[in-house]
Design a protein around this ligand. Structure first.
Ligand SMILES: NC(=O)c1ccc[n+]([C@@H]2O[C@H](COP(=O)([O-])OP(=O)(O)OC[C@H]3O[C@@H](n4cnc5c(N)ncnc54)[C@H](O)[C@@H]3O)[C@@H](O)[C@H]2O)c1
Length: 253
């Protein structure tokens, strides 16, 4: 255990998933008390268990973070349990089903879960940071938030991730004078169980992933979590409104 987040309380959304879990474990290992939020209660409970086994402090909160009532409950539960809120990694997100078509229902769902949920998180998190006179928020975007692939199968995803950077910059400017920093994180392809399954079933996909980033294949969730932890921490004290790319050089090609 180290102490970058000693005395601090952190919310991590999507913390039952790959990157969110790695980040929640990382924040807790740095002394933070962590609220593990996810729509998947079993996955969130597993993350809490892993944190406690490692000697850290965590609580879970299950809910659909595209709904204002669930985001409000998440923040209320955090304050009730831990008494304060210092940092948030708003990371929960979904991708498209592979239907390859522009589809209004899918588009609305993705905007709700990826983008509106982050607006709601900021809205409910900020008052508690204002009360403390400081705070740091990291919103999960993607390389798909700064480039596009012209692929109709990911139009909604890419739109949501571009808009998250706009949301981040707006909030960063609005709250800079209150000593609250708001940044975005833009990872490239990162290992998830789903990606492993796809790679396991296709030689073509395995080759593509091996050569994805100039630096080296794809990222491990822990490598992306480290970037989120740095952006949330006081180590990045003069960084705000930034969209940090962690993609092994993919987007500079
Ligand atoms: N894996 C990648 O290659 C990659 C690359 C760039 C950006 N990202 C982004 O990173 C974030 C985390 O992705 P991941 O790869 O860890 O995927 P993941 O599927 O492992 O994790 C996402 C988590 O979000 C949760 N979630 C989904 N909808 C929710 C909702 N409405 N309310 C609350 N929780 C909800 C899921 O249950 C899941 O646990 C996402 O925003 C994703 O877009 C991932």
């Amino acid at each position: 255990m180290s102490n970058l987040f000693d005395g601090k309380v952190v919310i991590v959304t999507g913390a039952g998933g790959s990157i969110g879990r790695a980040a929640a474990l990382g924040f807790a290992a740095e002394g933070g008390r962590v609220t593990v939020a996810d729509i998947n209660a079993d996955a969130a409970a597993e993350t809490v268990e892993l944190i406690r086994k490692a000697g850290g402090q965590a609580m879970m909160c299950a809910g659909d973070l595209s709904l204002a009532k669930d985001v409000s409950s998440l923040v209320d539960a955090t304050i009730k349990q831990f008494g304060q809120l210092d940092c948030a990694f708003n990371n929960a997100g979904i991708t498209h089903p592979e239907d390859g078509e522009w589809n209004e229902t899918v588009f609305r769902k993705i905007i709700d879960v990826n983008l509106t949920s982050q607006m709601l998180c900021i809205k409910y998190e900020i008052p508690h940071m204002l009360a403390r006179g400081c705070g740091s928020i990291v919103n999960m975007s993607s390389t798909m938030g700064i480039i596009s692939q012209g692929d109709p199968a990911v139009t909604g995803y890419s739109t949501s991730k571009h808009a998250i950077i706009g949301l981040t910059r707006s909030a960063a400017l609005q709250y800079a004078k209150h000593n609250i920093r708001v940044n975005a994180l833009c990872p490239g392809v990162t290992r998830t169980p789903m990606l492993d399954a796809v790679a396991a079933s296709s030689e073509v996909m395995r080759e593509r992933l091996k050569n994805y980033a100039p630096l080296r294949g794809i990222a491990e969730p822990e490598e992306i979590a480290e970037a989120a932890i740095w952006l949330c921490s006081d180590k990045s004290s003069f960084v705000t409104g930034h969209a940090l790319v962690a993609d092994g050089g993919f987007t500079i090609q």
